[in-house]
Design a binder for this molecule. Structure first.
Ligand SMILES: C[S@@+](CC[C@H](N)C(=O)[O-])C[C@H]1O[C@@H](n2cnc3c(N)ncnc32)[C@H](O)[C@@H]1O
Length: 289
């Protein structure tokens, strides 16, 4: 049965504000990559080092300037991020990633690893490579189209480090704007939704608004994976919060500063970047306040 009725038009619902973000200027789809790069610039000012894992890294909008997360992150200054794992299953996308790496000025301190394949498999190779130790501050972008990233993959990333270490941070794309439609189009024998959600409970999302699905997924990152700080960030269809929410980016971290930094990045995504000196001062102030 192809059950279109299971996820028909989703009702508008008001989600609890304790998890959803209130009072911040909205970011729209065009600026998602800038949000990621801006956040990571803040992140490295705290960590002074880091590893960037991008599971679905090929460019979505080739040729659209400043729209490719991997490119903005790799080219961001200062170059504190030292290890990069860039993965995509499509050969053409891998070529784009290889060209991006080849365009970098050689730097022996930076390590680039481009891998072709299903990230749900390559994740095992990356975690087994010993590059990410308990002390390596690591950010993993999971920028899927809709349901490509298995819950098991998210879980493996969360479990990689020892219990007392800060877990690998995750920034997870949740297609709340079209999830209902996407899920209703899978045939019952198709295993994709079960692998995406981790079990059959995705069926209980029926009738929930996008906001509530984002809250539900955020709760899973917190309750099932044990992340201390989890927030879904709504990304709008058009500028300045116009149009509907197209998707949410769920940010899960154990670092007490992470949510503050993401809030700051979300707010300032279009502003001229702060100078290094200004940032050092402002971040030190916000850590003590
Ligand atoms: C939404 S795009 C990524 C956009 C990119 N982050 C950007 O900033 O432009 C998703 C990418 O994931 C790739 N992809 C889809 N399924 C995949 C899988 N199972 N494993 C790895 N890559 C996959 C696609 O080829 C595509 O390049």
């Amino acid at each position: 049965m192809n059950d279109d009725s299971l996820f028909g038009d989703l009702p508008e619902q008001i989600a609890p504000v304790s998890i959803l973000q209130a009072g911040v200027d909205p970011v729209w789809t065009e600026h998602k990559a800038k949000l990621i790069a801006r956040y990571l610039r803040y992140f490295v000012f705290i960590t002074k080092h880091g590893c960037y894992v991008d599971g679905f890294a090929g460019p979505k909008n080739k040729g659209v300037s400043e729209s490719w997360a991997a490119e903005l992150v790799i080219n961001s200054n200062p170059k504190f991020l030292k290890q990069f794992f860039l993965c995509d299953e499509k050969a053409g996308q891998v070529q784009e990633l290889e060209a991006l790496v080849a365009s970098q000025t050689p730097d022996r301190k930076r390590y680039f690893d481009v891998r072709q394949g299903d990230f749900n498999t390559t994740v095992d190779e990356i975690l087994a490579s010993d590059v990410i130790t308990d002390k390596t501050a690591t950010f993993c972008l999971l920028d899927q189209y809709s349901c490509e990233c298995h819950w098991e993959t998210v879980r493996k990333l969360a479990r990689h480090k020892a219990e007392k270490a800060n877990k690998i941070e995750q920034f997870y794309f949740l297609a709340t704007g079209w999830l209902g439609r996407a899920l209703s189009q899978f045939k019952p024998e198709n295993s994709v939704p079960d692998e995406w959600w981790g079990n059959e409970d995705w069926r209980s999302l029926k009738g929930l608004s996008g906001d509530l699905i984002a809250v539900r997924m955020s709760e899973r990152f917190r309750d099932e994976l044990g992340y201390r700080f989890v927030h879904p960030w709504p990304i709008y269809q058009r500028d300045r919060g116009q149009g509907r929410v197209m998707f949410h980016m769920i940010h899960a971290s154990d670092h007490p500063e992470a949510s503050k930094l993401m809030r700051r990045a979300y707010r300032h995504v279009l502003d001229v970047p702060e100078s290094d000196e200004q940032l050092i001062l402002e971040l030190a102030e916000s850590q003590t306040s």
